[in-house]
Design a protein around this ligand. Sequence first.
Ligand code: SF4
Length: 238
Amino acid sequence: MFRLKGVKAVEFSGGGDPLLWDRINEAVGLCTTVLGKKVGIITNGLALGKLSDRSLKHIDWIRLSLNTLDTGKDIEMKRGIETPDYTACYIIGRKTKCIDIDVAVSFALKHSLPLRITEDAIHGADIGVVNYAINFTSDLVFYTPSIYSPTPSCYMAFWKPVVDWDGWVYPCPSLCLSPDSNASLPRKYRICKLKDLAEWIEDTEVYDLGHRCEYCKYSSQNSFLSQVLQDVKYPEFV
Ligand code: SF4
């Protein structure tokens, strides 16, 4: 069904690390070999060993959250010709210290990982540490500010819906990051059950779902889509 509807890729991510799910290898196999989709995984990296060689061969990319290293635990990657592209990210929080940045950058350089550093846009970050991190900018390490503005619309359900463990589909992966969501996916945002998603996409004309979350990671995408979807008299000349 999803193949017919043009779904291109599946991304496994938290809350809770996706590699803790005991059927992750099965799910990767279903997405890649049966459905023929691209697969990406966002993980803290602690359970990378749970991914079978077969899964590693088929996963396109894995993004490692290097905040794991703050805990003193190590991340062990299997790398070879047929392993995914690895990238890394690090979120500076209010308690982050400069030494944490040193550790994350050293890890990234040691493993030749592109590392994106940004700050916790919701809870805030130590500005001294942010300035310290900016100094590490290089070909592999870059800092991107977490700037967000109120979203003018809510269209992401038609581009990047998210499915929770309960089988319900929600409008986007940024929803649980918004402070007004209380780190969860509130019921009022439910769209339909996963089994009905293809039908929903088929039967529903793209429209603004009307949500205006306090934090919307997709505000610029929503803004762009608002403009693209605007009715104009002469679309031929747009
Ligand atoms: S407003 Fe933004 S964060 Fe909220 S559901 Fe819509 S796209 Fe997601």
